[in-house]
Design a protein around this ligand. Sequence first.
Ligand SMILES: *[C@@H]1O[C@H](CO)[C@@H](O)[C@H](O)[C@H]1NC(C)=O
Ligand SMILES: *[C@@H]1O[C@H](CO)[C@@H](O)[C@H](O)[C@H]1NC(C)=O
Ligand SMILES: *[C@@H]1O[C@H](CO)[C@@H](O)[C@H](O)[C@H]1NC(C)=O
Ligand SMILES: CC(=O)N[C@H]1CO[C@H](CO)[C@@H](O)[C@@H]1O
Length: 554
Amino acid sequence: MLLTMSITISKTLSHFLIPFFLMINLIELHTISNLSRIGLMVLGPMIYKGIYHLFYQYNPNGAVWAPPVWAHSTSTDLVNWTPQPIAIQAQMEANINGSWSGSATILPGNKPAMLFTGLNPKYEQVQVLAFPKDLSDPYLKEWALVAQNPVMYPTPENNINASSFRDPTTAWMLPDGKWRVLVGSKTGTTGTSLLFRSKDFVNWVQAKHTLYSYKDSGMWECPDFFPVYANGKAIGVETSTIGPKVRHVLKNSLDDTKHDIYTIGTYDVKKDAYVPDVGFMNDSSLRYDYGKYYASKTFFDDVTKRRILLGWANESSSVEDDIEKGWSGVHTIPRSIWLDSHGKQLIQWPVCEIEALREKPVKISTQVIKGGSLIEIPAVTATQADVEVSFAIHHLKNIEKFEASWTDPQLLCSQKGASVKGGLGPFGLMTLASKDLEEYTAVFFRVFKANHNKFVVLMCSDQSRSSLDPTPDKTTYGTFVDVNPIREGLSLRILIDHSIVESFGGKGKNVITSRVYPTLAKYDNAHLFAFNYGMSSIKITSLTAWSMKKANIA
Ligand SMILES: *[C@@H]1O[C@H](CO)[C@@H](O)[C@H](O)[C@H]1NC(C)=O
Ligand SMILES: *[C@@H]1O[C@H](CO)[C@@H](O)[C@H](O)[C@H]1NC(C)=O
Ligand SMILES: *[C@@H]1O[C@H](CO)[C@@H](O)[C@H](O)[C@H]1NC(C)=O
Ligand SMILES: CC(=O)N[C@H]1CO[C@H](CO)[C@@H](O)[C@@H]1O
């Protein structure tokens, strides 16, 4: 939850009210969070009676900042979304100054409960409990706050900083019959997951210890703690599951760097504490997404047995642009998430439902792209597409040596952008490209040779040429992908939707989300290319590009 205040807007997105010159920002596949700049995060996602529920922070009253309420949308397929009435507004003292981030828990008897952060009259952050009013309504339109609120709050005894106490997780229950929940916090500059326990979900007692803390990592927002199958099975696990078959993931959104980082580790149930395999949780930890992505949340879908991840990608354009176009911030395409078979990182993949929007596939036959050349992928709506491509390394003749000092992949990508010729790479796709390449967003790999016959694969999303408009933030993003490029080849899947490009490298090992605002490469004027600007040739072993139909999101 971001408590920084600035101008916001609240107009509901309408495809008809947006002036044509701004149409480039028209998102056709992604759900939108309508409140600019202050939050927009994904709140309390869940499935209830076969209906997916998504809540998000929203200002219903106009184009200025106001304490947020919880807006609500529902879906049967995670792709098309129907707006529902406002779910939670300022209903009592505990949330009189706003309703911020929180999570859903399904209690026994299939009864959803919502815990979230409210701001009380003294602007203290307190935790608030809400239940649906009518469990027979699968759309859960109306919510009531319990009279006992707030259910967790800062006191002189518990020494909790009332300005740094927020974003309760989905709760889990251990065999002792007690619920556990985490609330993000910090003590000084030590980021921390405060642990609370409850028998009845209403009365919560803080544990003497934290679940996990890490020095100098700053405020931890939107914690998420969940099990994944240890054997790399691509299915989800219910949140209360413990035992030898699972590992645990702790994710936190670092307020200082705006990165969603995670570790994999062991949940020591006896000590009720988390022990990460690699013993730290700061900005050098793994990230869900190496681009623009924050305040994400997972939930367990008990119908399809998946753990589904939703995140928020804010705009890179100016606040003035946000106000003019009438909305700001999008929710990324929901991703299934599971542990890689090596157990060292998570795998993320767009939910299969998004494939229902695919049409008119264009396939490119196996072919070699010579160094310094590019080929156009014809007949695709290049502003709204899903592309899957696999590359094979042809030979290693020109491969460059990896320098030990290259520890920061984002920096390396910005120094070695798409136009910088290399040995093996850059090769990949140029998305949202204008005909003569005045504009393009390039997503590509470079392969280097490291010591002991190892390879380093760099994946970049280069926004530096994404728009002739000088105002948007054009930071280039990068990450190292842990694959053997010779044995496995290199795969890339990209979802393109006008102003957002979501790139999945190494079959979902690393993801980069970019927000871009082309001025030329819009609609029929956008093109898609495969390119290789390295010295060595590269083989495309398969490439399919689909035009994507519009999702119903308004
Ligand atoms: C409490 O958190 C706020 C917000 O980050 C910070 O400004 C303040 O210094 C913190 N207070 C203490 C005692 O750490
Ligand atoms: C993160 O932790 C590692 C290991 O403790 C440390 O080397 C590194 O300096 C830390 N990075 C930041 C940004 O705090
Ligand atoms: C939103 O975008 C701005 C501009 O690119 C960036 O500075 C800021 O960190 C972003 N906020 C989050 C939460 O990602
Ligand atoms: C911004 C805002 O609405 N602040 C309110 C916080 O709560 C106090 C007490 O109810 C109000 O007086 C403020 O106006």
